[in-house]
Design a protein around this ligand. Structure first.
Ligand SMILES: *[C@@H]1O[C@H](CO)[C@@H](O)[C@H](O)[C@H]1NC(C)=O
Ligand SMILES: *[C@@H]1O[C@H](CO)[C@@H](O)[C@H](O)[C@H]1NC(C)=O
Ligand SMILES: *[C@@H]1O[C@H](CO)[C@@H](O)[C@H](O)[C@H]1NC(C)=O
Ligand SMILES: *[C@@H]1O[C@H](CO)[C@@H](O)[C@H](O)[C@H]1NC(C)=O
Ligand SMILES: *[C@@H]1O[C@H](CO)[C@@H](O)[C@H](O)[C@H]1NC(C)=O
Ligand SMILES: *[C@@H]1O[C@H](CO)[C@@H](O)[C@H](O)[C@H]1NC(C)=O
Ligand SMILES: *[C@@H]1O[C@H](CO)[C@@H](O)[C@H](O)[C@H]1NC(C)=O
Length: 319
């Protein structure tokens, strides 16, 4: 080491001590998938973008939300603000002239080496860039497959700069929001999102839609089942389907048909029509209520009375 570079090293350490302020990494807790890939530039220098406290600084989470995270290790090591990319995004690393004289290499390391910083040597195949960094370098997309990658600084004399924070955690996420390659994200009925701790982007459907790609219209949300019947979505690939479970005395696809057969005056103020040998419907005259009931009362009468009377009429029917 020349005297000049030794002095630079000292200056660097001092700088770091002086500016060892809190860096809180900018972060969205939930990100939405961008249709266009985006480039990111990381400044490879031990200032400005180095965080230490795992939750409060690096992941920008306050105490009130850390309860959500259970399995994450609370590591307080200085590091470059951890990065999350979409699969297909490009990544550039830029050095600063004052650090270039160290001959910095960026190497791909294991999680353990990321935490403890790598030993003084590395294999050629761990090098992210064939040459030492000087200026702006693009990370080859081969290093940015889906998953978490750890990059660390290593120069001839050891891991000093890594220990100061020149190490980077890059998580690359892919999306599972398209049913087929050219299909719209979430079938156009939802958002393709990823929370910071999730490993991929997935659909979050708008109301009335469900399914992994929000491809399914939730028929039950349109309340097709009448007469207090319960509605169940049927997971048929062919289409949107549902099933009504009718209460006793009602039947049919939507539980609109009444169990029984037409008799004279079954429908008090309307016409009776048999639907099946066991069910019928009343078509009420104007002003009388309830296709599903027996057209006994006009609309402006109370609901309770209708129920009572139609129940009475039904009983009359059945017994
Ligand atoms: C903590 O986070 C919650 C939810 O993100 C936010 O409402 C609250 O204002 C934050 N508190 C502080 C002290 O930053
Ligand atoms: C993480 O560690 C730091 C320092 O060790 C501590 O101040 C902080 O409260 C810890 N956070 C959690 C959520 O455990
Ligand atoms: C380097 O990266 C590749 C792919 O990202 C990974 O499979 C490999 O284990 C890494 N090597 C080391 C030494 O961490
Ligand atoms: C790296 O970042 C991921 C999230 O992107 C996180 O789950 C993981 O714990 C981080 N690893 C370390 C060693 O900090
Ligand atoms: C059942 O309800 C659905 C939706 O309201 C409607 O399209 C369908 O025609 C009804 N079927 C019968 C048999 O009433
Ligand atoms: C409708 O069904 C629910 C639950 O099955 C029941 O509690 C309620 O009393 C029923 N309402 C009528 C008007 O029958
Ligand atoms: C009942 O039947 C009569 C005769 O067929 C018809 O004129 C009338 O419009 C029907 N009423 C209803 C409500 O369908």
């Amino acid at each position: 080491m020349t005297i000049k570079s030794a002095l630079r090293m000292v200056a660097c350490v001092l700088q770091l001590c002086i500016v060892n302020g809190q860096v809180i990494c900018e972060r969205q807790m939930t990100a939405e998938w961008r249709v266009e890939p985006k480039p990111s530039v990381i400044k490879w220098k031990p200032r400005e973008n180095i965080c230490s406290d795992f939750y409060a600084e690096c992941w920008n989470m306050n105490k009130s939300v850390t309860g959500e995270i259970s399995e994450e290790e609370n590591l307080s090591i200085p590091q470059i603000c951890p990065l999350q990319l979409q699969l297909g995004d490009s990544l550039f690393i830029s050095s600063e002239p004052s650090f270039e004289s160290y001959g910095m290499n960026v190497v791909n390391v294991s999680k353990e080496e990321f935490i403890n910083c790598p030993k003084a040597s590395f294999l050629q195949e761990q090098l992210i860039f064939v040459c030492q960094i000087r200026g702006l370098h693009q990370v080859d997309p081969n290093w940015l497959g889906a998953g978490t990658h750890y990059f660390a600084e290593l120069h001839k004399r050891g891991p000093l700069l890594c220990n100061m924070g020149l190490r980077l955690n890059v998580t690359v996420k892919q999306q599972f929001c398209q049913q087929s390659p050219n299909a719209p994200l979430c079938s156009g009925h939802g958002k393709c999102l990823s929370h910071v701790w999730e490993k991929a982007y997935n659909c979050h459907c708008f109301s009335q839609y469900s399914g992994r790609f929000c491809q399914k219209f939730d028929m039950c949300s349109t309340k097709p089942c009448h007469n207090n019947a319960s509605c169940t979505e049927k997971s048929e690939l062919s289409g949107d389907s549902y099933e009504c479970t009718c209460p006793p005395k009602f039947s049919g696809k939507n539980c609109t048909e009444i169990v029984g057969q037409c008799q004279p005056h079954t429908c008090f103020n309307g016409n009776c029509s048999n639907v099946t040998p066991n069910t019928f419907l009343c078509e009420c005259d104007k002003g009388f209520t309830g296709k599903n009931h027996l057209c006994f009362l006009s609309y402006n009468n109370g609901f309770c009375v209708i129920i009572m009377v139609s129940t009475f009429a039904l009983l009359k029917q059945l017994f």
